[in-house]
Design a protein around this ligand. Structure first.
Ligand SMILES: C[S@@+](CC[C@H](N)C(=O)[O-])C[C@H]1O[C@@H](n2cnc3c(N)ncnc32)[C@H](O)[C@@H]1O
Length: 283
């Protein structure tokens, strides 16, 4: 899938990094998102809203990017948005899931489609003006490496804009499972303070950093869990329970989640971090 022939920005694709911490194995992440490529767009309302919120925060007029990188580009929706907003630009869509890239490629947007890991970018230094990343870096166990790679590939004055999820995301589902069996059924998310600390230490200038809760409502628990699966974002952490989830435990989960019910339905909270960072003109 890596298209080396057209992109001057590319050098040899480096090996994927090993799994660290408690976050899921990258092969599992890639397989899960590849499998979800054909269903993702039909259930990605939150992902659309977050990406548009992030786009609105990118200082397009000031930075006027000519070369951009959509990091964790998924089905390519925001690559196409970037291409429309920046008609004279050239873009790279990069994702760890080859299935996502295969799905995205026929719809265009980016000029180049690259299968690679955000923690080890196969791009040369100082080659892009904008790194845009919506709801992807929560899957990266070494966020410090993502920041340092973004800094390396950005031109001086270039912008890294990302939206990601922090702790507190899917708290209702996590707490409901906790009440049932105390086991890991929900993806783990980094603490907001860790995002802040790593951004502050990245050598990039922090131009914007805040967190906004987005709350979605569902008629029942099954609608939520089906949606997570269709997005490829269901639980793939190490330590997740194996096998099918028994009927009695599902009933217990439903009962526990009902405690959170609001007039609009069962809430699912997403805590979204939005950040805009800029590479200094002189390092
Ligand atoms: C929730 S989707 C978001 C896709 C797109 N940015 C959007 O907003 O619709 C997350 C994407 O990040 C990709 N991803 C996860 N870990 C990655 C990594 N380490 N490097 C590159 N892409 C990654 C997944 O394969 C998936 O396509």
């Amino acid at each position: 899938m890596t298209d080396l022939s057209y992109c001057a920005a590319l050098k040899a694709v480096q090996q994927q990094t090993a799994q660290q911490d408690n976050l899921p194995d990258k092969r599992r992440v890639a397989a899960s998102f590849s499998k979800a490529a054909t269903t993702y767009d039909s259930v990605a309302a939150l992902q659309r809203a977050v990406g548009h919120e992030l786009l609105a925060r990118v200082p397009m007029a000031a930075s006027r990017p000519l070369c951009w990188l959509d990091l964790g580009s998924g089905t390519g929706y925001f690559s196409r948005e970037l291409a429309q907003l920046l008609p004279d630009s050239e873009g790279v869509a990069l994702d760890i899931a080859e299935g996502m890239l295969r799905h995205a490629r026929p719809s265009g947007g980016a000029a180049h489609f690259v299968a690679a890991d955000a923690e080890r970018l196969p791009l040369r230094a100082d080659c892009v003006d904008l790194v845009f990343s919506s709801l992807a870096v929560q899957w990266c166990s070494d966020f410090g490496a993502v920041l340092s790679e973004a800094r390396r590939v950005l031109q001086p004055g270039g912008v890294f804009a990302f939206a990601s999820l922090c702790m507190g995301t899917l708290v209702e589902l996590r707490d409901s499972w906790q009440a049932v069996d105390g086991r890991v059924h929900v993806n783990r998310f980094r603490e907001l303070a860790d995002y802040q600390r790593l951004c502050d230490a990245s050598g990039l200038m922090v131009r914007g950093f805040d967190v906004l809760p987005h709350v979605l409502h569902y008629p029942d628990v099954r609608s939520l869990t089906h949606e997570l699966k269709a997005l490829g974002a269901h639980n793939i952490n190490p330590g997740r329970p194996d096998g099918l989830t028994g009927r009695a435990r599902i009933q217990a989960l439903i009962a526990a989640y009902e405690q959170f019910r609001q007039p609009a339905g069962l809430p699912a909270t997403y805590q979204v971090v939005y950040a805009v960072l800029e590479k200094p003109l002189a390092d």
